[in-house]
Ligand binder design. Structure first.
Ligand code: NAD
Length: 488
């Protein structure tokens, strides 16, 4: 078994269960978020490489004795072996991800690198339960009996972002493979090195040839894949702008698509919230600043009751100041660098807009002293932010939190729902019943009460500019299946 430290320069792709030479001559250079220095390179897949990957996935799917036709139990056994092989690489995976995208290594270790194993085992277990059967008889409404079959959709194009690269990939390939689909994964160019460990794990687990294929590359590679005639379903996570474009392409092709896009979620602090920072910080920090602000579900738009307004502003600012900013590979770091220079520029443009507005900059706003290399930004808090200002409406994707006052619960809910997005939300209160009552009124796919910890066993629907379709839970299997009814 190879769990060796990853060689950062690779010259081949993982297609059809083996390492193959690229046809494209383009190379992707990967840089450290901590230093800005190059740390590796891989080939970028061109149209011929994408076509080879889709062909491999297609023949693995179409073969009469192939993956799609295997009974649920053997398929579940392969998924469990894949989970074991990925877990064996989690120690190597975590620093690799952290170095590439700036994710604090504690989060990469406990979260991103462990999630694929959990998800694969979860969907493997479902295959062994009633969801695995794939067929049921219904009595019909006076029409006679019907055999209802759930069948795999086919070849899945999985296009993923860099912020939680392994989690986002596994949220697609785990249910897709469990459903009997085959997959072509296109990782983000910023976080591509770790996918070679995923490929190694697939080989070790004995995943049949062509069941999982990986095509590194940027937007062009993704576009070739999404529009390829051999693809049956697209699963995309990324920005709303790219999602709209992919949605248009899939609409034209009448190709099923799941889109997990951006967010700008609200944290409603009710007037009875317990804001004692030592006890609240472990739940507030991941909900407001998690992964350096590079998380789709963050509730970075804090709505504070007028009666406790300055106290809430002070607490959020104290939280921001308390976070340890530093090299993402340091296990004590709570906020690492942003993924790239481009991303930092984008975040700093928003900060400049905030400074130029009537909002009050309470803390942060600059680059941390002593961290000259890498793409660091100080945890930043603005107060008195007008809810119509871009820093309160648009996804910043950096450690920037806004605070806006409200008069009563109704106005808090109104402000929370007054968003282009519909991804997540939090409610902070000493009264769980009151929190639940408010949560029920928030129009998003998920809401957390006094914390935000996604539960990958419970479904959430992406709505508004946050996407189309659903993810998590047994329900996610349906995103990779089609029904056929046979009237008996
Ligand atoms: P991005 O849209 O720039 O890129 C995402 C992926 O799509 C990358 O692999 C990229 O190469 C590819 N891509 C871009 N344009 C494409 C096109 N036209 N056709 C095919 N592929 C294309 O996003 P990003 O900057 O990598 O990720 C950050 C975004 O992802 C944020 O907006 C964040 O909110 C979102 N996100 C959403 C969720 C969710 O569950 N809703 C989870 C994580 C991240």
């Amino acid at each position: 078994m190879s769990t060796s430290i990853f060689p950062a320069t690779r010259t081949e792709f993982f297609i059809g269960g083996r390492w193959v030479a690229p046809r494209s001559r383009t190379t992707l250079e990967v840089r450290s978020a901590n230093t800005g220095e190059p740390i590796g390179s891989v080939p970028a897949a061109g149209p011929a490489d994408v076509a080879a990957a889709v062909a491999a996935a297609r023949s693995a799917f179409d073969a009469p004795d192939g993956w799609a036709h295997q009974p649920a139990s053997p398929r579940a056994a392969v998924l469990r072996r894949f989970a074991d092989a990925l877990d064996a690489r989690a120690q190597a995976m975590a620093p690799l991800v952290s170095e590439q995208n700036g994710m604090p290594v504690f989060l990469a270790e406990a979260g991103d690198s462990r999630r694929p194993g959990h998800l694969l085992r979860y969907y493997a277990d479902l295959l062994d339960g009633p969801d695995g059967a794939g067929e049921e008889i219904r009595e019909g409404a006076g029409t006679g009996r019907t055999l209802v079959r759930r069948l795999p959709l086919g070849v899945v194009a999985a296009v993923v972002p860099w912020n939680f690269p392994n989690t986002m990939a596994a949220l697609k390939y785990a249910p897709a493979l469990a459903a009997g689909c085959t997959v072509v994964l296109k990782p983000s160019p910023e976080t591509v090195l770790d996918t070679y460990l995923v490929a190694e794990a697939a080989v070790e687990a004995g995943l049949p040839e062509g069941v999982l294929n990986i095509v590194p590359g940027g937007r062009e590679t993704g576009a070739h894949l999404v529009g390829h005639p051999g693809v049956d379903k697209v699963a995309f996570t990324g920005s709303t702008a790219a999602g709209r474009h992919i949605g248009e392409v899939c609409g034209h092709l009448l190709r099923p698509v799941t889109l997990e896009l951006g967010g700008k979620s609200a944290a409603i602090v009710l007037d009875d919230a317990d804001l004692d920072l030592p006890s609240a910080a472990p739940r507030l920090a991941p909900a407001l600043f998690g992964n350096n602000g590079q998380t789709c579900f963050l509730t970075s738009r804090v709505l504070a009751p007028r009666s406790r307004y300055e106290e809430v502003v002070g607490t959020v600012a104290a939280l921001a100041r308390s976070l340890r900013v530093g090299n993402s590979l340091d296990p004590t770091t709570q906020v690492g660098p942003l993924v790239s220079e481009r991303q930092r520029e984008r975040v700093e443009e928003y900060i400049a807009q905030g400074v130029a507005s009537d909002a009050r900059l309470i803390t942060g706003g600059g680059r941390p002293a002593g961290l000259r290399a890498g793409w660091f930004v100080e945890p930043t808090v603005f107060a008195d932010v007008d809810p119509s200002h871009p820093i309160a409406r648009e996804e910043i994707f950096g450690p920037v939190v806004t605070v806006t006052p409200y008069e009563d619960d109704d106005q808090a809910v109104e402000l929370a729902n007054d968003s282009e997005y519909g991804l997540a939300g939090t409610v902070w209160t000493a009264d769980p019943d009151r929190g639940l009552a408010v949560a029920r009124r928030i129009v998003t796919g998920s809401v957390g009460i006094n914390h935000y910890t996604p539960d990958t066993t419970s479904p959430t629907t992406m709505i508004k500019a946050s996407g189309v379709g659903l993810k998590f839970g047994p329900e996610a299997l349906l995103s990779y299946q089609r029904y056929q009814s046979v009237y008996l």
